[in-house]
Write a protein that binds this ligand. Structure first.
Ligand SMILES: O=C[C@H](O)COP(=O)(O)O
Length: 333
């Protein structure tokens, strides 16, 4: 990344609540726009493949970018064996993602992650553990990860998670609506999910690894934004293919088109399998190049990740000390 980032002061502010834009209210379904979508897959793949090689972060900027990445993590645990104790440990890490001595050496006093992301049953322990921190709880919902439970139950699940204290709801779309080209059904479903969220922000998980083509990914992205999604998110982390750079490129270009046409900014959340600091830097570089600095704030960008934070802390430790410590010292939970 050749561009300037960041003075220590800018960094210190990067995790604070930003002046947020108005929420995307959505718009009527515009099928002419959806049908007009074209994707040149080989060009997208070439561009995505070229990015990691072309963009290397200068050493002195690397720590700044990694701290920015930390402030954009939805620190996640989504396992069948989650317990209140595990969620409490995760929340302790969310409150203090980087060891104080390390932060001090980097000239920072405080930083938190973007949110903690859990299943509905784990909202209560997360809420207790995050009391007074301002860190939002994101709950996965609507029959996560398959999204195939009865529609009324999926709406009720959203309402219950909001009532329990989730400020963000990560819904899964019905992949079958995309695969059968039933765009109206996808729009109506997303519209209903958004309404059920009320004031909670809604992230639409497309499960891109199951949508069959990049063109379907763009169409589903546009429809979810037209239906009022606050964020579009790649994956549940449970598909066999999760976040990728080509998918990211087409989704963030859809976000750019939507902003150009409507004036509303929608956020982006790559999720699943992002566990290395160097990969996080590539995602940030792509966001900066395609959408600009505004999209590098936690209100418009998140990583959905369960193990990325450990590697970032390890790299920051290396930046300060000049040597790598054992990875177990930076376990995230
Ligand atoms: O939304 C978040 C993902 O489920 C996390 O996936 P991960 O465990 O591969 O980092």
């Amino acid at each position: 990344m050749s561009t300037h980032v960041n003075t220590p002061t800018e960094l210190a502010q990067s995790h604070l609540p930003q002046v947020t834009d108005p929420r995307n209210p959505g718009m009527p379904l515009d099928m002419d726009w959806v049908r007009a979508v074209q994707v040149n897959t080989s060009a997208v793949e070439r561009r995505a493949a070229g990015l990691p090689a072309r963009r290397s972060v200068k050493k002195d900027h690397q720590a700044a970018w990694l701290l920015r990445a930390v402030s954009c993590i939805d620190l996640t645990t989504l396992s069948g064996d989650d317990t209140a104790r595990r969620v409490e440990r995760l929340c302790a890490k969310a409150r203090q993602p980087i060891a104080p001595a390390l932060l001090d050496a980097l000239g920072m006093s405080q930083i938190t992650v973007g949110a903690v992301c859990v299943y509905h049953e784990m909202i209560a322990p997360a809420k207790a553990a995050l009391q007074g921190t301002g860190i939002p709880i994101a709950a996965v919902s609507t029959g996560f990860p398959a999204g195939l439970s009865p529609f009324e139950l999926r709406l009720r699940e959203i309402e219950m998670s909001v009532a329990a204290g989730a400020a963000e709801i990560d819904i899964v779309i019905s992949r079958r609506h995309v695969l059968s080209g039933d765009w109206q059904a996808l729009y109506d479903e997303m519209r209903a999910f958004r309404a059920a969220c009320g004031d909670a922000h809604v992230k639409a998980i497309l499960a891109t690894g199951e949508l069959g083509s990049l063109r379907n990914v763009v169409r589903a992205s546009l429809i979810c934004m037209m239906a009022g999604a606050d964020f579009i998110k790649t994956s549940t982390g449970k598909e066999s293919v999760n976040a990728t750079l080509p998918v990211t490129l087409v989704m963030i270009r859809a976000i750019r088109d939507y902003f150009d046409r409507t004036g509303f900014r929608v956020g982006y959340k790559p999720a699943g399998g992002i566990s290395k600091a160097k990969d996080a830097l590539v995602y940030l570089a792509m966001m900066k190049e395609e959408l600009g600095d505004r999209w590098l704030q936690p209100d418009l960008f998140r990583f959905g990740a369960s193990s990325l934070l450990g590697d970032i802390e390890r790299q920051l430790d290396h930046h300060v000390s000049g040597s790598y410590s054992a990875s177990h010292r930076h376990a995230i939970s």
